[in-house]
Every structure is written in structure tokens, then in C-alpha cells.
Ligand binder design. Structure first.
Ligand code: GCB
Length: 634
């Protein structure tokens, strides 16, 4: 797709901007305002042969409707399932979004920064305001932003036209990688035939997936906050670092308020340690009667006693530690009984959806799940905030999925992967729920370059965040896996009696036991079964169980659980079902309108496996002995 080349070159010129800067989630305060730009945008897919007409005709220079026909497009949402047009569902290349907004006149002043922030756009974006380019960004799933007040100043009327071009093309150097195949065979394919190939098992949904907003800060502002927490006896200790940009010697004040809004401790200076007596620790769901306890850290800076900027960051006090058989949260053994998810639903695809998000958290709690992995990319910040508040533990995964081609282990790929980890850690470092980083899912870890690649990636991630363990998810042979030496926790995916020995449930106890013994024998590191499961077409039943029936999924789970129950007394520290809910994939002969390994359907109705898992997770929670008296299977 020539259009994508245009962007990759420019991206190199500007570099991945502002990584040294913070990426605080926009919050209103006495010094900050927000204007959400969710709703209907104008939309046009560039169906030209080279997908580059939009750039050639500079569609950003005037209203998009002047370039040709536009349609309504909701934001946030993937665009793929919004119309009945198969050409848009399977579109490859540039699509154009546009929205006009009136900026309050008070915002355009010498004292104010106006920032345009895109929560995420898949995959490559170029953004213009009133026809002037303000930023580019590579990668879906992570936010990016630019200051636009200078552009607004040239347009005193306050009208602001935002144009965003988004390209979903994946190449060997993108994350996730993919390839574009041009097929030139007039006897078998139409002219100019192009397909996008990928090595991952979810639909490559695209568009403006998360909220777009304008927000203000004062000219000199709190740009970043980093908080590390620990405790000794009943004293909580929060080491913080605040960076204020735009003022040489700001007076920084930090206060810590409890859930009732009472100030319990404070400090001054851009860095320091706050001590809280009788600290309420952040505990996982089902491990404490008051899980997910968050303080509010109020950060402000002042000049000559006039407070100029205020930002309130939710913080939880907790520690994380890994031994060679255990995962400790607040010095207590934590067993992951949870799920793998996807950002995926009917119609909206990967677009953030509040009802869906709350429903999913309610289902997690119903299930007795204490954790999830953000398979296979970072989830919306709004979801991470929910996890913090509800005490749901998160393994935070970057979009390193489907790295199977040796050409995706080169320098260009590695440096982009490092930059994505920078962006991910910068965004999520202050979430108490995040207890481990995952740098990839099922890469070709047996290939020769994988050793250097993962050694570099994991060392880099640890240097960004020395407080959290790092892992990647493997399905490679334990003896030949070149990334495993560098992880803190071994995370293994396996599908015995499904992809291997299909239909033969009786192999599971043998093969799973061997899997665990092999990995532990070689590495003496704790192990999480990071995926296991079986597809179910809801409503299919057989006895004896056959593949794709509700009974078969239950039997797979039951057989895995028997082994987990033996091994969790030794070194197995968790089990994450694949998958929480059915989800859309590319069309293949192994997928029946998507992947059906959910224990819930795509519409979130429970299958038989969900009830089995619910019994188990609540029993596990009870067994830890940490469940408060009175808490019970709901
Ligand atoms: C895996 C992948 C996951 C797939 C799953 C499956 O190993 O990590 O992305 O969806 O298997 O169902 O095949």
C-alpha cells in the first residue's frame, strides 16, 4: 500500500515524539478543562487504487465533504462493522475522519495549553487541525497528543476542524506485524488484488477506537507523575517524582487523601517520600474485604503562593515480588484465577464502550476471577482504571503478537518494539492493578535472533520499571525457547486435545504434567498457564463429549484443573482461561464467525464452561483463606 510508505518515512523524520514527556490521563481540576469529541464524525475511506488520493488531493485542507461523499462514523468505534459494505469491513489503507468543534474563547490565551488527545487509533495516524499537521503516530492501542493552541490562535473565531487519517496496514516491522500480498494472476484473481496477511487470531479492527478529546492545562503544568509504593508494618511509603514543564523552579505540593477525601499525608518538592500511618493497602479482589483501595494523590504547583496547576492521581499502595515458586502481592502468595480478554464486541468492534466495560467487570466478579491479561495489546485506560478500583490484577501486554517471520526480528522491529514498551510503561506505570508486563504473545522464540531480541526487550522494560516482573507468553518447546531465560515468570499456552490430539481428552493429564515438569525442571521459575481452552458453538451438546460442544469444553477445563490442583501446591501460580468471550477473527476454515473459545458468548451469555469455572474460582478464593468472613459464593 503506497500510502503507508508515505507515513513510515515521515515517522522516521519526526521520531516517536515526546517520549521523554508524560502521558497523564486527562482529568478535570480547578486548573484543567476537558471537551470530549465523541459522537459522530465525517468519514471517508480512500478507495483509490494506491490509497493515496487523500494525500494527493490534500483532503485535510478543507472540509472532507468537499473531497467527495462522506458518511457518519461513530467515535469511539471500529469502522469495519458499521455499514453493510464488505469493502469497508475488509478495507486496507487510509480512511479519513473529520469533525468540527468550537473551542471556548477563554481557551485561546497566552496562559493556556490546549491539547488534542487521541486515546488510540489503529494503526498509523496523521492529524491536522484547520489543515495544519499537528502530529503523526505509529501503533494502535496507545494514546498520543499534541498542543494545538498556536494553530487555534490563527483562527480567532474558535472554529476548529480536526482531520485524522488512519491507516490499518500492517507490515513486517509494525507491531503486530503483517504482510501485504499483491497477487497478479488475472486467471484466478481480479486486477490489482491485494490482501493483508497476519499471524494473529483476531480481526484487524481499525479506526478511532478510544475517546478523542481536547483538554487544557496552564502554560506551565504538571507533565508527569511517577509513584512507587511499598510498606513496612502499618506504614505505607510512596516515593514520588513530579515533573513540571514550563517553570524553572516550581513549588510542588503533594497531598494524599483517603477514600473519604481526608488528607492523610503531604509533602513538598518535586520528589520525595510520603509516609502514611495505618495505610490501607491495595488488595486484589477476593483477597481482602476492601479490595482495590485507592488514595488520591493531589499534585499541584504554585508560584508566589498562587496555585497554578492541579492534578489528582489515584494511587494504590502495594508490593509485588516473585520467588522461584510464588507470586507475592503485599508479601502474600497470589494465585491468578482469571481470564484472557479481547476488546471486542458486536458492531463497535474494538471501540471503547461503557456498558460493555461495566458488564465485563460484573461478569468477572460473578465468575470469581481475580485477574486478566490484556491479550494481545494494551486495553483502554478506562479499563485499567476499573481494574484498579475493583482490585482486578492485570498482566499488561503490548501488541507484540504474531511475531513469526524472521524478518520481524530485525533492528527496525526491535527499535519500534522498545519504543512501544516506552509508551506502554509511561501510560500504565501508576496503575496498582498492573503487576507484570508481557512483551509478546507466542513469538517464534526458537528462531536464532529471538535470544538477542527478547534479552534486549526485557532488559529495557526492566530498566523502565524495576518494580514489576516481566514476561512473554510462549508456546515454544521448553528446550529451544530463546526468550524464556530472561522472563521472571514462565507463561505457557497449550491446547492439548484441541490443536494437538483433537478429540482425545485422555491425553491432557499426561501432556500437561509433562509440560509443567519440563519448564520447571529447566528454569525453576513459577509458571502461569496463560491460555488453555476449547471452542464451543453455544447450544451444541453431545454425550460422550465431542469437540465444539458445551460438554467438551467442560471436560477440557476439568482435565486441566485436575493437574493445576496438583501443581499449584508446587510452582504453578495461575490459570487464565482462553477466552473470556467469543471474539471476531479473520475468516478461516477453523473459525465459525470468529473464535468460539469464550466461556461467554460474544453477547456475554454464559456457556456451560462459565458455570464450571465460577464454582472453581470461588472455591479457590475460599481456599486461600483470605476471603473475609461472611464473603461467600454469591
Ligand atoms: C493462541 C493465541 C490466541 C488464539 C488461541 C486460539 O495460542 O495466543 O491468540 O486465539 O490460541 O484459540 O487458537
Amino acid at each position: 500500500i503506497p500510502g503507508s510508505m508515505h507515513c513510515r518515512t515521515s515517522a522516521k523524520c519526526i521520531g516517536l515524539f515526546s517520549l521523554k514527556r508524560g502521558m497523564l490521563f486527562p482529568r478535570e481540576s480547578s486548573s484543567r478543562e476537558i471537551k470530549e469529541l465523541n459522537g459522530l464524525w465525517n468519514f471517508r475511506a480512500d478507495h483509490s487504487l494506491n490509497r493515496n488520493l487523500g494525500f494527493e488531493q490534500a483532503w485535510y485542507k478543507s472540509r472532507l465533504a468537499e473531497s467527495g461523499p462522506v458518511i457518519d462514523m461513530p467515535v469511539p468505534a471500529s469502522y469495519n462493522d458499521i455499514t453493510q459494505d464488505p469493502r469497508l469491513r475488509d478495507f486496507i489503507g487510509w480512511v479519513w475522519y473529520e469533525r468540527e468543534v468550537l473551542v471556548p474563547s477563554g481557551w485561546v490565551s497566552e496562559e493556556t495549553r490546549v491539547v488534542l488527545r487521541v486515546g488510540s487509533a489503529h494503526y498509523y495516524s496523521v492529524v491536522w487541525v484547520n489543515g495544519i499537521k499537528v502530529m503523526e503516530h505509529e501503533g494502535g492501542h496507545l494514546p498520543f497528543e499534541a498542543e494545538i493552541v498556536e494553530v487555534l490562535r490563527n483562527n480567532p473565531g474558535g472554529a476548529c476542524r480536526i482531520t485524522i487519517a488512519v491507516n490499518n496496514t500492517l507490515t513486517l516491522q509494525t507491531l503486530p506485524p503483517g504482510t501485504i500480498q499483491h497477487i497478479d494472476d488475472p486467471t484466478r484473481y481480479p486486477a490489482d488484488y491485494v490482501v493483508q496477511n497476519t499471524n494473529f487470531d483476531f480481526f484487524n479492527y481499525a479506526g478511532l477506537h478510544r475517546p478523542v478529546m481536547l483538554y487544557t492545562t496552564p502554560k506551565a503544568y504538571v507533565d508527569d507523575i511517577t509513584v512507587l509504593t511499598t510498606f513496612a508494618d502499618n506504614i505505607g511509603l510512596l516515593s514520588y517524582q513530579v515533573s513540571v514543564l514550563g517553570s524553572p523552579n516550581p513549588t510542588v505540593t503533594v497531598t494524599l487523601s483517603d477514600k473519604d477525601g481526608c488528607c492523610v499525608a503531604s509533602s513538598t518538592g518535586p520528589s520525595g517520600v510520603i509516609k502514611v500511618t495505618d495505610a490501607n493497602l491495595w488488595w486484589p479482589y477476593l483477597m481482602h474485604e476492601n479490595p482495590g483501595y485507592l488514595y488520591s494523590m493531589g499534585v499541584s504547583w504554585a508560584a508566589f503562593i498562587v496555585v497554578l496547576d492541579v492534578y489528582a492521581l489515584p494511587v494504590g499502595i502495594r508490593t509485588v515480588q516473585v520467588t522461584n515458586t510464588q507470586f507475592l502481592i503485599n508479601n502474600k502468595p497470589f494465585y491468578f484465577h482469571g481470564v484472557n480478554k479481547h476488546e471486542d464486541a458486536d458492531i463497535r468492534g474494538k471501540g471503547l464502550d461503557w456498558p460493555l466495560m461495566v458488564k465485563d467487570f460484573n461478569l468477572l466478579k460473578w465468575l470469581g476471577a481475580n485477574s486478566f491479561r490484556t491479550s494481545h495489546y494494551p486495553y483502554a485506560e478506562e479499563i485499567m482504571q476499573m481494574a484498579d478500583r475493583h482490585g482486578i490484577v492485570v498482566i499488561d501486554e503490548c501488541p507484540g503478537v504474531g511475531i513469526k517471520d524472521i524478518r520481524s526480528f530485525g533492528n527496525a522491529s526491535l527499535s519500534h518494539h522498545l519504543a512501544v514498551m516506552d509508551e506502554l510503561v509511561r501510560r500504565d506505570k501508576n496503575h496498582a492493578s498492573v503487576v507484570m508486563w508481557s512483551v509478546a504473545n507466542e513469538p517464534a522464540a526458537e528462531m536464532p535472533p529471538a535470544g538477542f531480541y527478547f534479552k534486549t526487550l526485557m532488559a529495557h522494560t526492566k530498566s523502565l520499571d524495576p518494580t514489576r516482573p516481566v514476561t512473554f507468553i510462549t508456546d515454544s518447546n521448553f528446550a529451544r525457547d530463546k526468550g524464556a531465560p530472561y522472563v521472571d515468570v514462565i507463561c505457557v499456552n497449550s491446547y492439548f486435545s484441541w490443536y494437538h490430539d483433537p478429540g482425545h481428552l485422555e491425553v491432557i493429564p499426561f501432556q500437561l504434567n509433562t509440560q509443567f515438569e519440563n519448564w520447571y525442571g529447566k528454569y525453576q521459575k513459577p509458571i502461569i498457564q496463560s491460555e488453555y481452552g476449547a471452542d464451543v458453538v453455544p447450544g451444541l451438546h453431545t454425550d460422550p463429549p465431542m469437540m465444539f460442544t458445551e460438554e467438551y469444553q467442560k471436560m477440557v477445563l476439568q482435565n486441566y484443573h485436575d493437574v493445576f490442583d496438583r501443581k499449584r501446591k508446587e510452582y504453578v501460580i495461575g490459570e487464565l482461561i482462553w477466552n473470556f468471550a467469543d471474539f471476531m477473527t479473520a475468516q478461516t476454515v477453523t473459525r465459525v464467525v470468529g473464535n468460539k473459545k469464550g466461556i461467554f458468548s460474544r453477547q456475554r451469555h454464559p456457556k456451560a464452561g462459565a458455570f464450571l469455572l465460577r464454582e472453581r474460582y470461588w472455591r479457590l478464593a475460599n481456599e486461600t483463606g483470605l476471603l473475609p468472613v461472611g464473603a461467600r459464593y454469591p
